[in-house]
Design a protein around this ligand. Structure first.
Ligand code: ADP
Ligand code: ASP
Ligand code: MG
Length: 403
């Protein structure tokens, strides 16, 4: 049955890392678009923003070097044209190829343009091309799957002029969404929005900061009155610790906006730290899911805070406070933060777990986000792992899945 409420689906850089990934992402969108209006927010192909910013920095003195510019053009053209050839149908491919080449010409112009607004504005102006390129390919790939899709004619996110991490203007964005996103949805098309990108009051491109496409998704969701946003990434959802540090980190089926916001703020890279702000403001549900394992329901983030205890654990390395030690050298410390609604007995349990592992915390206490254990940096990853093992309360649903 058709549902009139729009859905926002965001794909991160690894979800559009190459032609095969674009095809997969386009399939997910086309399936969803069969039953409801869909707006898509897309990141640059993985690595592209780093390439663009690296180039911007290399040529920051305002003197683009011909050789390196040709190299940049070649790298971006081959990567994006190859992906387009794999993901877009033969009838639509020439249009997408033309658009990719046109964007690359605009990029070359943007690189050479006078630097009237300073180096930060220049970085922003160059960085946004990653998302513009991937949006063109994804729209072609979605249309090739039979769901007509178009890239929005203008960037719908309105921001202040801070070009690197621009502040979003919610009202301005609502107005721009009704001009540039809603007409596509009303016309039965999928609207494809380049993530990360905003527009200053002067009409210049701004960015929402590294990893900012997640925030773009909830900002656009709020702007079009969506009740649901899917953040599609390369993990099953939000895991209860960083999987690169804790190999047996487990999927969190549910999180509250507060928990997800605190976790992202403290380093859970899967979400930009401010993603939950627009969602919490209007009560939109955010589902963090895997592009590569779409049958997994992922993590559902809502306003409800039913669960007690420690829910997830983050590591804050290299605290600015350095601690003098007996020999007069300074030692760096890290904080392991156990997020959730822990109680005094959880704090005592945590101290006991560390003691048994031979780690003596420099400080331990309860803060707004949860428990905080400050330990010497060299012990921090071990502290993270033992506290994760002993302290995180497994959700009933997850426990049933494991059983
Ligand atoms: P995307 O390109 O989709 O935006 P990111 O690379 O920004 O993806 O974020 C996903 C990555 O975040 C994962 O591959 C994972 O390594 C890392 N990560 C760190 N902490 C967590 C966590 N708690 N849960 C899930 N992923 C995490
Ligand atoms: N492409 C941007 C970045 O690499 C934004 C994002 O991926 O969310 O930071
Ligand atoms: Mg990201």
């Amino acid at each position: 049955m058709r549902n009139d409420n729009p859905l926002v689906i965001k794909f991160g850089g690894t979800s559009v890392g190459g032609g095969a990934q674009f095809l997969r992402a386009a399939g997910i969108v086309a399936d969803a678009a069969a039953t409801r209006p869909v707006a898509v927010v897309v990141s640059a192909m993985s690595g592209t923003t780093d390439t663009l910013l690296g180039y911007a920095d290399l040529t920051g003195d305002g003197a683009p070097r011909e050789g390196s510019l040709a190299e940049l053009h070649r790298t971006l053209a081959s990567r994006h044209l190859e992906a387009a050839r794999e993901a877009v149908s033969p009838e639509l491919l020439p249009g997408v190829e033309r658009r990719v080449l046109e964007l690359l010409r605009e990029l070359v112009e943007a690189i050479g343009a006078p630097d009237a607004n300073g180096p930060v504005a220049r970085r922003g102006r160059i960085a946004v091309f990653g998302e513009r390129l991937s949006a063109a390919i994804l729209a072609g790939a979605i249309s090739s799957k039979g769901a007509p899709a178009s890239v929005v004619a203008e960037d719908p996110i309105s921001t202040a002029s801070g070009f690197a991490e621009a502040e979003v203007d919610a009202e301005g964005t609502r107005e721009r969404c009704s001009r540039f996103v809603a007409p596509l949805l009303d016309g039965g098309r999928v609207a494809v929005v380049p993530g990360f990108v905003g527009r200053s009051p002067e009409g210049l491109p701004t960015t929402l900061g590294r990893g900012g496409s997640d925030l773009s998704a909830t900002v656009v969701g709020r702007g079009i009155g969506a009740r649901e946003v899917w953040i599609m990434s390369d993990v099953d959802g939000v895991l209860d610790a960083d999987p690169r540090l804790v190999p047996n980190a487990a999927l969190l089926p549910r999180l509250s906006y507060r928990e997800a916001g605190d976790f992202a703020e403290l380093g859970a890279k899967v979400l930009h730290p401010r993603t939950m702000e627009p969602a919490a403001e209007v009560g939109m549900e955010v589902l963090v899911r895997s592009t590569f394992n779409p049958n997994n329901p992922g993590t559902r983030v809502t306003g409800s805070e039913e669960e007690g205890g420690v829910r997830c654990i983050a590591l804050r390395s290299s605290l600015s406070v350095e601690l003098p030690c007996a020999t007069g050298h300074r030692r760096e410390a890290s904080a392991v933060i156990c997020i959730g609604s822990p109680e005094k007995r959880d704090l005592r349990r945590g101290e006991e777990i560390l003691r048994r592992a031979g780690i003596s915390p420099i400080q331990a206490g309860i803060a707004a986000a949860g428990l905080v254990f400050v330990v010497f940096a060299e012990k921090s990853e071990e502290a993270l792992r033992v506290l994760h093992e002993g302290l995180v309360s497994r959700d009933e649903m997850a426990a049933e899945e494991v059983a």
